[in-house]
Write a protein that binds this ligand. Structure first.
Ligand code: ADP
Ligand code: GLC
Length: 475
């Protein structure tokens, strides 16, 4: 089979979150099983020299409504393990910006055009390359229009798959873009691409995809409810026979404490002394007191209501004064939440370190150096951070929602089972109680080491999930 992926971010070229990791690892895992796989993404400001990208094609013309836009194409092989994946990065001035989707908390005003260009451009470049897609697999709202463009004649024979990584981001734009960008003005009605007076890119994908997937079984159920469907639950219920939840994998080629060049010392479940060295290195790097028996709790996350960052701030208000613990937070996002964390950090400089940048190597060092990891999400389609934390021996403290509920088993001291700590209610009190439970467990050295080893022994590699995607790719 020939499979064409379309995504707005793909690691290591560009990344703001888990989508980039999945859009990189899933194609390689599928290619490893013998299919021919290509992926199209915007270039943004990706450095061609760093990734061995070359310009082989002349410019490609992309028709968008009445307009004809020209894009350049940088080509290369997607880095990482698994099978070979051809990567085609589209160059256009509209992508050549400091951010991927916006700057300073504001989306770019021309995102409707930018991601229609990605979506339609992907089909144009595939045609130019002679790549006849049997399957077009679009990720999230930014790529969803490619399925509609394909359906409208450009690649009508291809089967189409939409993966919803987060139903809260829908790509809603003025209705005029339907005609202007060639999506089809006649589709501007509730059974088509209209969403309460706007054009909805994600909705267009849901309406027109042959198959719809999301990134965990529980989230597949959740998005069919009014509480969590963000207005698309009715449509998703109507298309339930086309919808399936397939758990994301973790790319253990990139995320492996036994051979991670970014961490202070390699370790595995049998050699946790390496992890102790990583903890000391992390404390040193973050200017926290070097105390081997003080538990370090890590967090690597977008700072947002969805991620429960406000719950974390509130819980820390209570815990930092009363407990012997250290917290390392790496994340960017909501300005108010950044400020709140900095403020806490100023009040408790020996207990809380905050870094509000995107720093891939530091993320690895936090997973490796932390004793525990916290992820109090209100909603979590799958979540990758908790999978990495488990693999690096930092049992996660998570809210029982979406993929967090599907991947973490609550610790039970009596039966010596579990891989982390779960709480149900989205309140600071419930989070603080779970954190306290984890801190008590940490005091029992032997039991806690067993818990960390159980977490490390979990296998979330991509194999099984890649096979499930291959099943739905079939006619
Ligand atoms: P989401 O995609 O909703 O943000 P995931 O848990 O699926 O959540 O994925 C988050 C990914 O982004 C992980 O790979 C995590 O390590 C990474 N990440 C989040 N914030 C940062 C940051 N500030 N610096 C580096 N990596 C980050
Ligand atoms: C989204 C979700 C996250 C998921 C990621 C990759 O960003 O918020 O839960 O892990 O996509 O699918």
């Amino acid at each position: 089979m020939n499979i064409l992926h379309v995504a707005s971010e793909v690691a290591p070229y560009s990344k703001t979150g888990g989508l980039a990791d999945v859009a990189s690892a899933l194609p390689r895992a599928v290619a490893a099983r013998g299919d021919r796989v290509a992926i199209v993404l915007p270039r943004y400001r990706t450095d061609p020299a760093r990734f061995g990208l070359a310009r082989r094609l002349g410019s490609v013309v992309v028709p968008l409504g009445a307009a004809r836009l020209e894009v350049g194409v940088l080509e290369g092989r997607l880095p990482g393990g698994g099978g070979p994946v051809e990567a085609w990065l589209l160059e256009h001035p509209a992508f050549d910006r400091a951010g991927l989707y916006g700057e300073d908390g504001h989306d770019y005003a021309d995102n409707a055009l930018r991601f229609a260009l990605l979506s339609r451009g992907a089909l144009a470049v595939a045609a130019e390359k002679g790549f006849r897609a049997d399957v077009i697999h679009a990720h999230d709202w930014q790529a969803a229009p490619s399925l509609l463009y394909a359906r409208r004649g450009v690649a009508a024979a291809a089967r189409t798959v939409l993966t919803i990584h987060n139903v809260a981001f829908q790509g809603l734009f003025a209705p005029s873009v339907a005609g202007e960008l060639g999506l089809g003005a006649e589709l501007l009605h509730p059974e088509g691409i209209e969403f309460y007076g706007s054009v909805g890119y994600l909705k267009a994908g849901i309406v027109f995809a042959d198959r719809i997937t999301t990134v965990s079984p529980r989230y597949a159920r959740e998005i069919q409810t009014p509480e969590m469907g963000c207005g698309l639950d009715g449509l998703l219920r109507a298309r339930a026979d086309r919808l399936v939840g397939i758990l994301n994998g973790a790319d253990y080629d990139t995320w492996d404490p036994r051979r991670d060049p970014l961490i202070a010392r390699a370790f595995d479940a049998a050699h946790l002394d390496g992890k102790h060295a990583c903890k000391a290195a992390l404390q040193r790097e973050l200017l926290l007191p070097l105390r081997p028996r003080t538990p370090v709790v890590g967090a690597v996350s977008r700072l947002a209501g969805q991620k429960g960052t406000d719950l974390l701030c509130e819980a820390l208000e209570h815990l930092l004064p009363e407990r012997d613990l250290q917290v390392a937070v790496l994340g960017r996002g909501d300005r108010g939440l950044e400020e709140r964390l900095y403020d806490l950090g100023r009040r408790f400089p020996t207990k809380l370190a905050v870094r509000t940048v995107h720093d891939e190597p530091l993320a690895h060092r936090i997973y490796a150096g932390a004793d525990l990891f916290v992820m109090p999400s209100r909603a979590e389609p799958c979540g990758l951070a908790q999978l990495y934390a488990m693999h690096y021996g930092a049992p996660p403290i998570v809210r029982a929602t979406g993929g967090l509920d599907d991947t973490v088993v609550d610790f039970d001291r009596i039966s010596r089972s579990g891989t982390g700590f779960k709480f149900a209610e989205a309140t600071a009190g419930a989070l603080a109680a779970a954190l306290r439970r984890a801190l008590v467990a940490y005091q029992h050295e032997g039991e806690f080491a067993d818990l960390a080893r159980r977490a490390m022994a979990q296998d979330f590699s991509w194999g099984r999930s890649a096979e499930r995607y291959r099943l739905i790719y079939r006619p």
